[in-house]
Structures are given as C-alpha cells and as structure tokens.
Design a protein around this ligand. Sequence first.
Ligand code: ATP
Ligand code: MG
Length: 280
Amino acid sequence: MLEGANAMHPDESISPPQTRVAMERVSKTFYEETTGEPVLAVDDVSFGVRKSEFVTIVGPSGCGKSTVLNIIAGLEQPSDGRILIDGVDEALRHEHFGYMFQKDLLFPWRRVRDNVGIGLEVLGTPRKEARERATQILERFDLGAFADKYPAQLSGGMRQRVALMRTLLCDREILLLDEPFGALDALTRSVMQEWLLSIWEDDHRTILFITHDIEEAVFLSDRVLMMSARPGRIKGEIEVNLPRPRDHTIVTTPEFTELKKAVLDQIYEESLKAARPDEP
Ligand SMILES: Nc1ncnc2c1ncn2[C@@H]1O[C@H](COP(=O)(O)OP(=O)(O)OP(=O)(O)O)[C@@H](O)[C@H]1O
Ligand SMILES: [Mg+2]
C-alpha cells in the first residue's frame, strides 16, 4: 500500500508513455456517515486509456465503477495512488473532461436547448452563443424540433441524447460516461449505442465508458476492463478486435459471441459475490 496520494515520484509512472489518462494504484476508502465504519470501495486499481481509445469498465453493481470515474474527474480524492493526464499529475484536471453522470440530470425548468448549452454557460460562454451552439448540435443529431420543449416532454431515450449532447458540446477531448444508457429499454439502448459510435467515428475522442452490460461493453469498445465485486479491483481485460465501423448485425457473429463469453466467464462469479455480499 502506498502512504498517500503523493507517495509516487513523477518519474515512477507505471503507465506506458502514450497513455492519455492513467489511474495508478488508486484505492478509496469511504467512511459510513452514521457509524464512521471504513468501507474500502476501490482497492489498488491501475489502468490506462490511450488517446482516441474507447475503453469500457464493466463490473457488478456497487463494485466501485462510479467511484473510479469520480476520482478520475477530480470529484473525489483518492485515499492512495494518483491520476495522470499525459503523464502529469494535475490537481485541477477537470478541464480535460466531458462528464456524463449516471442519471441524466436535466433541469426540468430549462428548455432542451438551454439544457444542452448549460455546460458552455458554466464555462463562461455567453448565453446567446451557448444557445446557438446547442441548437446546431440538436439539429445535427435530429432533435432540432425539440429544442424548445422541456425535458418532461421527451422520451427517456431523447433525454439521454440531450444529456449526451450537453457533454459533447463542451469540446473536451476526453469523455467520461457513467452508464449513460442504463435506464433505457433494450431497443432504444441499441439505437443509442450505434448513435454514440457514429459520433465517435467523427472525431475519435478518448472515451472511458462505464456499464454493467457485457454486450454493450463488447459492442462499443476497443478494450474491456473487468472489475471485481467490492472492493473493486481490475480482474482482467480483453481487447476487442472487431472491425469498425460497427452496427448491431455484429452481435450475432461467432467472434462477438466468443468475446462476450470471455468477459462473462470472468465477471459472472463477481456478480454472484455482489448479489450475496454477506457471504465470506
Ligand atoms: N460518498 C460515499 N460514502 C460512503 N460510501 C460510498 C460513497 N460513494 C460510494 N460509496 C460506496 O462505495 C461502493 C462503490 O460505489 P459506486 O457507486 O462506485 O459503485 P458502482 O459500481 O458505480 O455501482 P452501480 O453499478 O450501482 O452504479 C458502494 O459500496 C457504495 O455504497
Ligand atoms: Mg455507478
């Protein structure tokens, strides 16, 4: 175990030089609000994401996936270890990231275009310009007709698209997406997955994507990292060498099924553990 967040010397990075985002030997302990009991959520996690790579972390519920993403984004401090961006440990690294939370978190009192533009407004863009850019992206992705509606007037799939557009509009090169399609039905979900890949094919931003859906992980990614049940550790990783661009016809191919099985074999046992947390 390391002694603290600054215990590693800058030259001792364990990640290859081309790594865009590196999590190095990160652990996180939370303390229960009522009892003060320590809860080890993430235990000695190291991994890297290369520039333009699409990496997915898959793991059972409660294993520490959101915690990993929050630590990378700088929303939580690690108890041990560190995060490097292009090899540099930056305290104020949030400026590199577009972040989409597990819930869509649209503001019900703001129209769709003002929800999409709010990230820019927060960054200091004048509201008029933020609105114009929000309108452009809504039109580009076929939601122009809904720009003046309120979130409650949209379907679940549309709300997720609006939330994702807000994240995309901030022009950050690295996207951290926490189960963005988790609440959607299977059909809407596959449409959204293809939509996300088509956007990614445009500009190949670096993406770290969280899910507990194995098929989604394989379909989207260049690489899948598997996390164990809490305390979360990286249990293994699988390269997905399926051709791109991909569409949903790929999910019935033997190559896809084989990759899915390889991920499932490693993760199934962990999901059983997560479902029976009190057993030794
Ligand atoms: N602020 C906090 N205070 C105390 N415990 C926390 C806090 N945040 C997370 N935890 C605990 O840390 C563990 C990991 O939580 P986390 O939300 O990262 O899991 P997850 O893998 O994202 O789960 P899910 O799949 O349900 O989204 C859980 O046991 C959770 O209860
Ligand atoms: Mg989560």
